[in-house]
Design a protein around this ligand. Structure first.
Ligand code: PHE
Ligand code: NA
Length: 501
């Protein structure tokens, strides 16, 4: 008997889950900073171009593969053409690597949600974060000195994720997104509204939106726009392939993709407004220019925002809204990344969901708990993150598109599939964007990253760390991916060949 694949109850729950996956930490802490650094208001031009010529076209590619071949990446690619199965495993491997450290950041944010109540960081948020909270040991490269204040919430995050995945696609993932995505919107909108009413908000917004048109002639700005879009929409590393494999046969794929793509970008712009209003307030409170307080990533979330919370009246509630948003935004993304791995194990082994969740969850949570909630975890996380994003995601996306468009020339077939079910039709332009323009941009990004990291290392971190957790981890992912593609399937040949059910 052919195993029945789980299904979403309808298109809206799929769209919600896809938005939940796309809207993550990157929207909140990465976009505002990237936009500011790359032309401010003028960044909207390269950003929209990247969204329309790469983000949305690749979203369509993922949907077409997942929906037509109805499988996790290894199964979908195996069905597309046997020899490409390893591409699917490479995508799964990247999801696994991202998942194990992404959970850690959510655990930090969870702790900080509670810290907000008492503003536990006092008047020096940086010292508190690095020394009191992370207990960072700057002298050691790598070690296993655990920090319980990070390890416990991390364990909690893993348990909740695994319970949700264990409940299945509709009852677990669908239900969680129905709850978390609206909640995130409410919390985040509350945060933005409060930020807009702060003294100095206008100065912050002015700094954010002030256009520097000369940025448009800078290649680096364009590359940053494409990088932001790839990361933000999480395209071409298996997530959307997996989620769309659970769609019913007749589903408007491109229409859904447009909704997801524009929702994600709207959330980013909202985040830019909230973050820069708050930074404007901080600059004013400290009597400095906005430029001096701008940061992105971990520094923005765990140092600048706690400082803002301390400086403003009623800051605790603001902190709660901000860190609560980080937790929920990150959580729905984490669910999607780990589901890619669970789904791949189910498909390859023929195991049912619960054992697959236990296997994947066991390996992922132990890895995550061993490597990161330690006194050396911050630098390890930094390296793994950099290489997963700038090398792993970019590399697998490049390889996948080149194989699909050039090696196998399968874009026309995917185009037919999209058009057979969708409202918004795609044609030559889509094939050019997905098959020519995007691979060129990705190839350029990949090569410049390889050259830069080989020459400069990363962030002045010890070479041993960069070799092991940067290059080493990425190489290991590829080796394991190839090996797994040779392992036998737990499905019958009929099941393996089955598509478009
Ligand atoms: N797209 C998410 C963001 O913008 C991040 C993410 C990364 C989600 C990896 C899933 C997987 O933050
Ligand atoms: Na995003």
């Amino acid at each position: 008997a052919v195993r029945k694949r789980e299904v979403w109850s309808g298109r809206s729950v799929f769209i919600l889950a896809a938005i939940g996956s796309a809207v993550g930490l990157g929207n909140i802490w990465r976009f505002p900073y990237i936009a500011y650094e790359n032309g401010g208001g003028a960044f909207i031009v390269p950003y929209l171009v990247a969204l329309l010529t790469a983000g949305i076209p690749l979203l369509f590619v993922d949907y077409a593969i997942g929906h037509k071949f109805r499988g996790s990446p290894p199964l979908a690619f195996h069905r597309l053409k046997r020899a490409t199965e390893s591409l699917g495993w490479w995508q799964v491997g990247i999801c696994f690597v991202i998942g194990v450290y992404y959970a850690v950041i959510i655990a930090w944010a969870l702790r900080y949600t509670f810290f907000s109540a008492t503003q536990a960081w006092g008047d020096d948020a940086e010292t508190f974060f690095l020394q009191d909270f992370l207990q960072m040991n700057a002298d050691a490269t790598f070690g296993l000195d655990f920090v319980p204040g990070v390890a416990w919430p991390l364990l909690g995050i893993w348990l909740v994720v695994l319970v949700i995945l264990g409940l299945g696609v509709q009852r677990g993932i669908g239900a969680a997104n129905r709850f978390f995505v609206p909640l995130l919107l409410v919390l985040f909108a509350g945060m933005v509204v409060r930020a807009l009413t702060l003294d100095g908000a206008a100065t912050g917004l002015d700094a954010f939106f002030r256009p520097d048109w000369s940025a448009l002639t800078d290649t680096g700005v364009w590359i940053s726009a494409y990088a932001q879009i790839f990361f933000s929409l999480s395209v071409a590393f298996g997530i959307m392939v997996t989620y769309s494999s659970y769609l019913k046969h007749r589903t408007n794929l491109t229409g859904s993709g447009l909704v997801v793509g524009f929702s994600n970008s709207s959330f980013e712009i909202l985040a830019g407004i909230g973050v820069f209003s708050a930074l404007g307030f901080m600059a004013q409170a400290q009597g400095v220019a906005v430029d001096e307080v701008v940061s992105g990533g971990i520094g923005l979330a765990f140092i600048a925002f706690p400082t803002i919370v301390s400086e403003m009246p009623g800051g605790s509630l603001f902190g709660l809204l901000f860190f609560g948003s980080l937790v929920f935004a990150g959580f729905t993304s984490l669910i999607s990344i780990i589901q890619v791995c669970v789904s791949a194990v189910e498909d390859k082994t023929g195991l049912t969901r619960v054992p697959a969740v236990l296997i994947v969850g066991g390996v992922a949570s132990v890895t995550s708990l061993l490597l990161f909630p330690t006194t050396t975890g911050l630098n390890t996380l930094d390296v793994v993150d950099r290489f997963a994003n700038q090398f792993g995601i970019v590399g697998v996306a490049f390889a996948t598109l080149v194989v699909l468009a050039w090696g196998l020339r399968r874009l026309p077939e995917l185009q037919d599939h999209l058009n057979s079910v969708s409202s918004f039709r795609v044609g030559l332009l889509w094939r050019v964007f997905a098959g020519v323009l995007t691979p060129i941009v990705l190839g350029y990004m990949l090569i410049s990253e390889i050259v830069d990291r080989s020459r400069e290392g990363y962030n002045d971190l010890p070479d041993a760390l960069v070799m092991t957790f940067g290059w080493g981890v990425q190489a290991l992912v590829i080796v394991i991916a190839v090996a797994l593609s040779f392992a036998p399937w737990g499905l019958t040949d009929a099941e393996l060949a089955h598509t478009e059910s």
